[in-house]
Design a protein around this ligand. Sequence first.
Ligand code: CMC
Length: 434
Amino acid sequence: MKLADNKATLSFSNGSPSVELPVYQGTIGPDVIDIRKLYAQTDMFTYDPGFLSTASCQSAITYIDGDKGELLYRGYPIEQLATNCNYLETCYLLLNGELPDAAQKADFEKLVTNHTMVNEQMQFFLRGFRRDAHPMAVLTGLVGGLSAFYHDSTDINNPEHRQISAIRLIAKMPTLVSMAYKYGVGQPYQYPQNNLSYAGNFLRMMFGNPCEEYKVNPVIERAMDRIFILHADHEQNASTSTVRLCGSSGTNPFAAIAAGVACLWGPAHGGANEACLNMLEDIQRMGGVAKVGEFMEKVKDKTSGVKLMGFGHRVYKNYDPRAKLMQETCNEVLAALGLENDPLFKLAKELEKIALEDEYFVSRKLYPNVDFYSGIVQRAIGIPVNLFTGIFALARTVGWIAQLNEMISDPEYKIGRPRQLYTGSVRRDVPTKR
Ligand code: CMC
């Protein structure tokens, strides 16, 4: 980051001396006012619940222009990456800053492929869960549990440990997600098959069984890979900030990523794809397209507590570029599976059309986000609704790792420790007689 020519001046109406604050510029996007010395200079904190105006770090990984609806990974537009690259190339880019050449790509694929199996003991750990446990509960446990199995890569301050844990996490997440799924449905886990692509291997571990040969459908394989690319990183969102905060204490990488998985689970974040599909199924049960108007009235009624899931975003105040790509994939997958007349897809399109014209949504700049169509694609592929967030976690793992490693390598990083405006009781004494 570079010092800007101008400075910010903070003045007070009570006559306290004003303070000058440095301003820094990034390569694109808003400048930042450096308030690190504010407390020392004024005895005051800033107040910003939800980080609406606070940059918590500098980062060179992902850039979002929410007004334009633009998403860049290391400078490359998501549309180009989703069209011209596969997920592992995208992982390499996020981790290393550049796209791999042919030799780097082959080496990286080999490295990831060599780590797809998990310690055999993990399955006994998995068996401790109830069969009907939510896959995100299982995944939070399994990912955290990796730190109990891979002791040689738990030192976050050792670059070699960070490198090994990164590869292990990227390689093992599909295995863990599919194990969580197979356990829930009472089927045997499928060991990874390393002659398949990353997405193809995941599909086989999900839907294959020991009795039959599983043939990967290339349209579904590409769709899965695209879902992974679109979810790979999204700058300082809630789960990524959680991973950074957790890692800032010096905890091991597996523990930090497990914290990210836990955060992602919430319906306002990664859980939205599950919530969105449940919403579409509810409307379908109520009567489908004919009931859209009635449902929209509920969404607009603030007392109802109903939200249009898959709509709205903290940063995008325009169409989420990932939603456009996901809609494209949705069309391809439904066509390949002969599901063009899928009633939920029709319903989603109708909801989107109405919302994009409705004053409530227009005035608040609420547009479809990535989760609006991803649930329909995943459902068509055969992924159960309660596993959607697990797939998101699988894909986002690389982003979490890239961000965590960037933080550890940043000489300015400190343990994260927000301050507060205290509104509780002032000092008082415990009554001696109670
Ligand atoms: N349906 C109805 N009203 C909404 C919605 C929605 N989906 N989203 C926002 N609003 C309203 C909100 O009530 C508020 O209205 P008012 O100004 O009258 O109080 C206004 O729009 C601004 O919303 P906000 O809640 O202040 O915005 P936020 O930045 O705090 O929240 C959000 C962003 C994503 C949590 C929210 O839009 C939401 O809950 N959407 C539904 C859940 C969802 O789809 N989440 C996935 C996010 S994308 C995937 C990911 O990155 O995890």
